[in-house]
Design a binder for this molecule. Sequence first.
Ligand SMILES: [Zn+2]
Ligand SMILES: [Zn+2]
Length: 215
Amino acid sequence: MFRCAVCQAHSQKSLCYGCQSLIQEPTNPCQICAKPLNQADGICGECRSDPPNFSQTICAAIYEPPVSLWVQQLKFGGRMDRARIMAEALLEPISKVDHNIPILPVPLHPKRLKSRGYNQAYEIAKIICKKQQRPLLADVLIRTKNTAMQAELLEKQRAANVRAAFVVNKEIAHKKVIVLDDVMTTSQTLRSVSGCLIKAGVEEVIGAVFARTSG
Ligand SMILES: [Zn+2]
Ligand SMILES: [Zn+2]
């Protein structure tokens, strides 16, 4: 017998029907970065003026309560049941991508990983890969900069700070890779990871995030 992870009602999935309906998909997502737009089938201003090096972003939810709370509970509260909710929300959209294409969770800086004890993106990716029998690229990238002080930096410095914050650790045999993170606020992290993978010979990077901020 299973129970809904949020309201404890009987449920075969992590979320009952009612709690599932609390997950709002982005309306009119930008075709590249999934930012919600006013019109359908559009590309946002940022992707127009500075085209990303990834082809699209799969996104399950808008970063608003209660979704934002679940994200924080996983990231800061060790709530692994929240990773299951996020993975289940991403299963259907990611299943549309060929099953030979691996998922690469965005790595944490080794110091951050040590203090937190787990990487939330890895926890989500692990569940999806197991369900879809999809390869998981777990230790291919190393995060070389600790971007913990992000909030205190000016916007320009912040972009430069995230840029080149990853290095490839292993040879990558795949031509296409799905890069997965829990939340996407700007496309900067995904651009940075993507640039690193493309340099290493990857031809197409597809982003996948559980939640996207609307701003
Ligand atoms: Zn429920
Ligand atoms: Zn965009």
